[in-house]
Design a protein around this ligand. Structure first.
Ligand SMILES: Nc1ncnc2c1ncn2[C@@H]1O[C@H](COP(=O)(O)OP(=O)(O)OP(=O)(O)O)[C@@H](O)[C@H]1O
Length: 245
């Protein structure tokens, strides 16, 4: 597997659903080695785009490529909107499931360290059905972080968390995934402005990409940072304006 975190190029990508275009000839780049944030109204096509990058939705028109041109899907760790935890496996078994399925050595101390960092060290041997929604989401986050791939796709990874846990998980994720190519979907402009090094909005029908000017400062930006507060207000206004399209 290549040791660098590549950019991802979207070329003329089209997705039709029930004979209607969700997006048509979409072109954009998700930058390598940074946090790319994707926002947009419900139903605009964000999750579908992420699934196409992950190889979970077929591509009928257009292309998704990366450099170097090693297989894109083999470099990806994907965290879906639903936690997709296996009900028959404990929390720690779920975290290490990928390496077990690939018949690789399971790194228990790494899994335990990540579980401690996401605040789940007291439930490592419990089953998903014994956890709250927020705990399940943190377990799914731990599984994604354990995978250590160059490209990380995350679909609303913090949506079920209370605001304190969310802020801590944003900090930890930004620290742990530093230097990786991350694409993170969120509905939260504040989260986008704390974490985004490249922020894009998917807007309209069929959807097109709109790029947001970059925000000063390294991530995770502090909630008090004046640049975060200004950018958040601008982004919210833009989302309201674009929702009318
Ligand atoms: N299997 C599918 N293939 C293609 N399009 C689909 C499929 N299933 C649903 N769609 C449609 O694709 C559109 C985009 O859905 P998608 O879940 O990607 O949006 P989203 O922007 O992620 O929404 P949300 O923010 O609510 O999660 C919707 O209109 C949806 O009905």
């Amino acid at each position: 597997m290549p040791n660098i975190s590549p950019p991802i190029y979207i070329h003329d990508l089209t997705l039709n659903y029930q004979n209607k275009p969700v997006f048509s000839k979409l072109n954009t780049t998700f930058q390598g080695g940074v946090f790319n944030i994707l926002l947009g109204a419900s139903g605009v096509g964000k999750s579908s785009l992420l699934k196409m990058i992950a190889g979970l939705l077929p591509i009928s028109e257009g292309q998704i490529t990366c450099e170097p041109t090693a297989s894109l899907t083999s470099q990806i760790s994907y965290m879906a909107q639903q936690d997709l935890l296996m009900p028959w496996a404990t929390v720690i078994q779920n975290v290490m499931l990928g390496s077990k399925l690939r018949k690789e050595k399971q790194d228990k101390s790494k899994a335990l360290h990540i579980l401690e960092q996401v605040g789940l060290s007291n439930v490592v041997h419990q089953y998903p059905s014994q956890l709250s929604g927020g705990m399940r989401q943190r377990a799914a986050l731990a599984r994604t972080l354990y995978e250590d791939r160059p490209i990380i796709l995350m679909d609303e990874p913090f949506s079920a968390l209370d605001s304190v846990s969310r802020s801590k998980m944003q900090d930890y994720t930004a620290q742990l995934l530093h230097g990786k190519t991350v694409i993170l979907i969120t509905h939260d402009p504040f989260e986008a402005c704390r974490l985004g090094e490249n922020i894009q909005i998917l807007v309209g029908h069929p959807a097109q990409i709109h790029l947001i000017p970059s925000i000063q400062g390294s991530i995770p930006r502090h909630p008090d940072d004046i640049h975060v507060q200004q950018a958040q207000a601008n982004l919210l206004n833009l989302l309201i304006e674009k929702s009318a399209i």
